[in-house]
Design a protein around this ligand. Sequence first.
Ligand SMILES: [Zn+2]
Length: 162
Amino acid sequence: MQGRTNPYFCYMKTTDFPKKMMGKAICLAKKGAANEDGGPFGAVITKGEQIIAATYNNVNGDQDCTQHAELRAIQMACKKLGTTNLEGCVLYTSCEPCMMCLGAAHWANFDYIYYAASAEDAKEFGFVYSNMYYNSSTEDRHEEFKMIQLCRNEALKVWSQK
Ligand SMILES: [Zn+2]
């Protein structure tokens, strides 16, 4: 039954590791929003085939506007690994990181960042980033942070269903 009602369920069984991780991030986005803990955004950090952190946006739950999924995942991963450098780790996020989270990602030093919905998609759904972000080059951002888009449609479904 879940397979039919959950549009990204297929990714939970896939052997394609990045898709599987993104499926998890998208599921977390849905879960966080359903719990009313924050916006519909989820993030997972992996090292090799191991999940180091998996969380969602908790700005309401924590009453803290900085508790975005990516930032929380970075904080969790650093604590768990006992390091300030997440080199060798990969971030999977259901939406392209905002300026705050990209800033944190710079210090985290990820190998790659996979994102599902784009910043432009987010804007269309009312999640508006700062002008400084929009005035920067998308190409440059993607190159600097080694960003790869994955499972965009599945992420958009979460927002459309709201
Ligand atoms: Zn953010």
